[in-house]
Design a protein. Structure first.
Length: 440
């Protein structure tokens, strides 16, 4: 075997083992952790979820405000003209006062209303508002985990396509070597034309594989761009492996500690508080009220009417409000809230069952890829042993150099399968870790 050929063969093998790539000048390097942080930082879904938390906190402020008195100030300036020709007196009908006489008049008043007791209605409204903040917080955690899932899937796909492209490039170099060797043999009439045509087909297939994987890599990088809001050029990119190269112990999963379970528990509790709130609508509400009024008037001049403004009356009282009959409207609301509570309980069971199934699938994938990894590693070692034997035989010119190159191509393809299994296994493990975060 020529020294030049040995050098080409060793170069291809080292290139694949080092990452199946010849470094492109000024290539952009991507790793999973940086991609994940970029996706989290630029996620509008997370920003919206964070805003929802802030909105729910304002509802807590609104619910707490009902514990404070309501104070209102009012004032008016008017011209009253009497349409009666005969003297009369002030008349009061319901809340309307019909005074006598033509004059300018004005009034300034201050009113206070405060609920003394409503038998727990305000407390339950406040509790519901506080629980809604926790619901939105769990929704944020759920959205964060879903984004991590999306990044894992997108990066896994891009990394496999990247390695497939680099493997195809290495295979193309070796296929070109085989083609040139077969071409020389054909020209010397050492092999038939059929063998030469077969090598030409293999070379065309290698070229086509590169174009296919280049297109797949471009599409998978577009998928990453949707998550990170950054653009990537397939020709100037280098993707690094996941940092977790070993498939370790599987994390423990407890479905009751997931954001979904906590969300449903909080929403069920909210519905129970709503039921209690509605039941207390049948109880009386006791409130305190107070009014302080100033009054001024003049028969002919507005400015004098304002100058005559003085204290007129002050009152303080209690009011009791008790619903007697509302056409069963409140009863219907209670029934609805109870049924919605039952619906939430059923939805929780269904969701947690789906999550347990999802975890079982991920666990099976992680374990399966671990087994496949061991099997493929054995095959890879056997291929390496055979390649070494062929290398020695080739040195002794017992077989054609082309056979040694083809065995190297097969080794590259098997190495790609092993690395793909590792990538998919680590991706499944990462999903299990994300879904088990915060659990013991």
């Amino acid at each position: 075997m020529s020294k030049l050929f040995k050098f080409q063969l060793a170069l291809c093998g080292l290139g694949f083992c080092a990452g199946l790539a010849v470094s492109v000048a000024r290539a952009e390097t991507l790793d999973f952790d940086h991609v994940l942080q970029a996706a989290i930082s630029h996620s509008y879904d997370l920003k919206i979820a964070q805003t929802d938390i802030g909105i729910s906190k304002t509802d807590v402020m609104a619910a707490r405000s009902q514990y404070f008195p309501v104070i209102q100030a009012r004032g008016s300036v008017e011209r009253l003209r009497n349409l009666q020709t005969q003297p009369g007196s002030v008349a009061t009908i319901n809340n309307m006062v019909l005074p006598y006489g033509t004059r300018f008049q004005n009034t300034v008043g201050l009113s206070l209303n405060h609920t003394i007791t409503d038998f727990g209605v305000r407390k339950r409204k406040l509790d519901i508002a506080k629980q809604e903040v926790k619901v939105k917080s769990q929704a944020y955690e759920q959205q964060l985990r879903n984004i991590k899932y999306s990044v894992v899937d997108a990066y896994c796909k891009a990394l496999i396509n990247y390695k497939s492209l680099k493997a195809a490039e290495a295979v193309l170099t070796l296929t070109q070597n085989v083609y040139q060797m077969k071409k020389r043999l054909y020209q010397s009439q050492a092999i038939p034309k059929v063998d030469m045509a077969e090598e030409a087909i293999q070379l065309a297939q290698a070229l086509d594989d590169i174009e296919v994987y280049r297109q797949k890599l471009s599409e998978s990088l577009d998928g990453l761009s949707l998550l990170t809001r950054d653009s990537y050029e397939p020709a100037d990119i280098e993707l690094l492996n996941f940092q977790d190269s070993e498939l370790g112990n599987l994390p423990v999963f407890n479905e009751n500690l997931t954001p979904e379970a906590k969300m449903y528990d909080l929403q069920i509790q909210q519905k129970q508080e709503e039921v209690e709130l509605l039941k207390r609508q049948y109880l009386p509400q006791i409130s305190m009220y107070s009014y302080y009024n100033l009054y001024g008037y003049d028969l002919d001049h507005l400015n004098k009417a304002i100058g005559n403004l003085g204290q007129r009356s002050v009152n303080l009282g209690l009011s009791v409000s008790l619903p007697v009959f509302d056409g069963f409207k409140n009863l219907a609301a209670i029934k609805k809230a109870e049924l919605e509570k039952q619906k939430l309980a059923l939805q929780k069971e269904d969701k947690l069952a789906d999550m347990k199934n999802q975890v079982a699938v991920l666990t099976s994938q992680a374990q399966g890829y671990s087994v496949q990894l061991k099997t493929k590693a054995v095959i890879l070692n056997k291929t390496q042993d055979k390649m070494s034997m062929l290398q020695r035989l080739s040195d002794q010119q017992v077989i054609e150099q082309a056979e040694s190159v083809k065995e190297h191509i097969q080794r590259i393809q098997r190495q790609l399968q092993v690395e793909s299994s590792i990538i998919q296994g680590v991706a499944a493990m990462k999903k299990l870790q994300f879904i088990s975060i915060g659990q013991s």
